[in-house]
Ligand binder design. Structure first.
Ligand code: AMP
Length: 190
């Protein structure tokens, strides 16, 4: 199968960790809009300056900026045979933008990692201690979860209606979750 995939799930569900593992296993690039924003902020680029305060608050970066960034990234050679998007699309308008970007080579599957909100808050607070991410303070985490519930969670239903959604339990051992994800992707591809 070609593998044009999006990985969905709340902040703290383990998307970043699992995206890297799946990408390795499937031989496709993992593309994280959050990572791209963080790299730009660190590098002090124009884009970084525009998005720093927004990402630090836990709000979403404006769609035009994010959609353009994804359009450029998906046009690169390494994404020609497939990709795994992590953290995009993040609202229903971005779903439509991605449809337009992909044109006649649409998505194969949307894989959602599910996790209980209390578990994800704990995980994110732990990550804050380890990685020191600016948006991992308790207030900002709660705001990011609200943004997720209001703007991002509805995406699952959109892909569900298209018959493209698979859901995988994200609680448990990291290796077990990877195995579950690979099984779900493999089964859906058949
Ligand atoms: P993440 O690493 O995916 O949790 O993203 C970190 C932050 O980057 C988010 O809280 C947003 O501020 C911003 N961001 C990442 N992806 C998107 C997106 N698809 N649309 C808008 N903002 C985004």
């Amino acid at each position: 199968m070609t593998a044009r995939l999006v990985l969905l799930g709340p902040p703290g569900a383990g998307k970043g960790t699992q995206a890297a593992r799946l990408a390795d296993e499937l031989g496709i690039p993992a593309i994280s809009t959050g990572d791209i924003f963080r790299a730009n902020i660190k590098g002090g680029t124009e884009l970084g300056k525009k998005v720093q305060a927004i990402t630090a608050s836990g709000a979403l970066v404006p769609d035009e900026l994010t959609n353009d960034l994804v359009r450029d990234r998906l046009a690169q050679d390494d994404a020609a045979e497939g990709f795994l998007l992590d953290g995009y699309p993040r609202n229903v308008a971005q779903v439509a933008a991605l449809d337009e970007i992909l044109g006649d080579r649409p998505l194969d599957l949307a894989v959602e990692i599910t996790a209980d909100p209390t578990v994800v808050v704990e995980r994110l607070l732990k990550r804050a201690e380890i990685e020191g991410r600016e948006d991992d303070t308790e207030d900002v985490i709660r705001h990011r979860l609200d943004v997720y519930a209001e703007q991002t969670a509805p995406i699952s239903a959109v892909y569900g209606e298209r018959g493209l959604l698979v859901q995988v339990d994200g609680i448990g051992d990291v290796d077990d979750v990877t195995a579950r994800l690979l099984t779900a992707i493999g089964t859906a591809a058949r």
